[in-house]
Design a protein around this ligand. Sequence first.
Ligand SMILES: NC(=O)C1=CN([C@@H]2O[C@H](COP(=O)(O)OP(=O)(O)OC[C@H]3O[C@@H](n4cnc5c(N)ncnc54)[C@H](O)[C@@H]3O)[C@@H](O)[C@H]2O)[C@@H](O)CC1
Ligand SMILES: Nc1ncnc2c1ncn2[C@@H]1O[C@H](COP(=O)(O)OP(=O)(O)O)[C@@H](O)[C@H]1O
Ligand SMILES: [K+]
Length: 471
Amino acid sequence: MIPIHTAQTVREAEESFFAQQPGVDLMQLAAEAVAEAASKLLEGDRTSEGAVLVAVGPGNNGGDGLYAAARLAGQGIPVSLWLTTGQAHPDGLHAAREAGCREVDALGATELLAQASLVIDAVLGIGGRPGLDSVVATFAEQAEALAIPVLSVDIPSGLDPDRGHVEQDGFRAARTVTFIARKPCHVLQPAAGRCGVVQLEDLDVPVATRPVALQATPADIARLWPVPGPTSHKYSRGVVGIDTGSTRYPGAALLGTIGALHAGAGMIRFVGPEVAAQLVRTQLPSVTHGEGAVQAWLLGSGWGQTEANRDRLAAHLGVKTPAVIDADALLSLPTVVPPNTLLTPHAGEMSRMLGVERAQVEADPLTHARETAERWQAVVLLKGATQYVVEPGGRVQLAVPGPHWSAQAGSGDVLAGICAALLAAGLSAADAALLGASVQAMAAKRRLGPWPPEVIAREVAAVVGGFDPVW
Ligand SMILES: NC(=O)C1=CN([C@@H]2O[C@H](COP(=O)(O)OP(=O)(O)OC[C@H]3O[C@@H](n4cnc5c(N)ncnc54)[C@H](O)[C@@H]3O)[C@@H](O)[C@H]2O)[C@@H](O)CC1
Ligand SMILES: Nc1ncnc2c1ncn2[C@@H]1O[C@H](COP(=O)(O)OP(=O)(O)O)[C@@H](O)[C@H]1O
Ligand SMILES: [K+]
């Protein structure tokens, strides 16, 4: 799991490091890493005039950029500096000037841009307020339009380091070199999409504080996956009860069932409406029909919004079996849900659960997901480009991200089915959500393109097969 830390936590780590090791110059270490990354991005193209253009802000982020500029100029690379506010880290500026960097103003920077091989964005880092001055914002847009690669120092300037929300167009980096720890903007969409490849330089500064979130990696998912062993049988692997679908949405039932099956459910008991049952029967011969003991329920997908939802939900929740509650059922929740319940809303559903606007959830997904988890004392999987697994008590994990082709009707139905299979296998709701969302993303990555959700679901089985250490 990759720890994600806020700007504040990183600052505190830096301060306690300085208190213990006052002799270490972190800015030089940061600049060295930036200069190395710049050299790699430049490859052989070092001859054109103004090969590297460094946009420099007034603080320490600008300082990193200036020392990096000095190092690059010291290697004979032509480097131009644009002091975006007219102010700059004094020692860094002195070093860059001494090394032979030349200075340009805003107009000069715009003129040079077309010939530049690389822009280093050292305008604002973790001390910046979100948003860019309009001259800098226009420069960033031009760099993108001209397809000039941008190397961002710490964060693409203008982003809020602690959020995934993007208020204004700004730098779109090919690579971001960040320091000490990854910040939320590096992993939360849509901000993460502006960071390019994120390269972490920890500068040997330890961070003692609890991370704000943990980002899962494919290796974590492989390690945690419940792989069957010699003593496994269908009941020990977990029976999933599925009550999903309606006359209007029978396909949701099939998709969720496909998801559960391809994620390794030991057995499935389908108890949804006949129209959906028929569909399942013709497509999936291993699924059984009718009531019986189950280890987890899959409920809500494709119910449609009807008065009957509250009773349909209550009929299953009475016995305190763990459940994945999806889609329409999320709006009929009782005040208390059984232990190990997983709620799987997207931003629109979460907004209706909380009685706020969708835009509010999108602007601050984490706060709203936390509120949802607290209100129902249940684990929440907030779906979308970034998938948040939030537990009552505040622990936040982020699923392995996947390609945006998955933004299509039916992906969520499949995902709910995958999670239900994991819940039935005995995993906690949080692990079921993390593994389910991650494995679907990993499958989508192996099947890049506009494949329908059931095709991605079948690929899930192939990904899961790769987790078996024995065969
Ligand atoms: N703490 C760390 O982890 C380390 C920090 N370093 C660098 O230091 C940076 C943080 O430096 P600072 O705290 O000086 O902050 P920044 O350099 O990010 O920016 C602060 C300056 O920008 C101005 N400013 C803020 N928002 C603005 C806006 N929207 N438009 C125009 N001006 C704005 C502020 O008045 C202030 O002068 C990091 O991002 C990193 O690049 C590195 O040198 C190494 C270690
Ligand atoms: N921009 C995106 N990038 C990647 N994956 C996405 C994106 N938007 C949605 N998804 C995926 O698609 C799923 C959509 O779920 P949902 O909206 O509930 O669909 P449905 O209810 O139609 O099945 C999410 O769980 C997520 O996996
Ligand atoms: K920056």
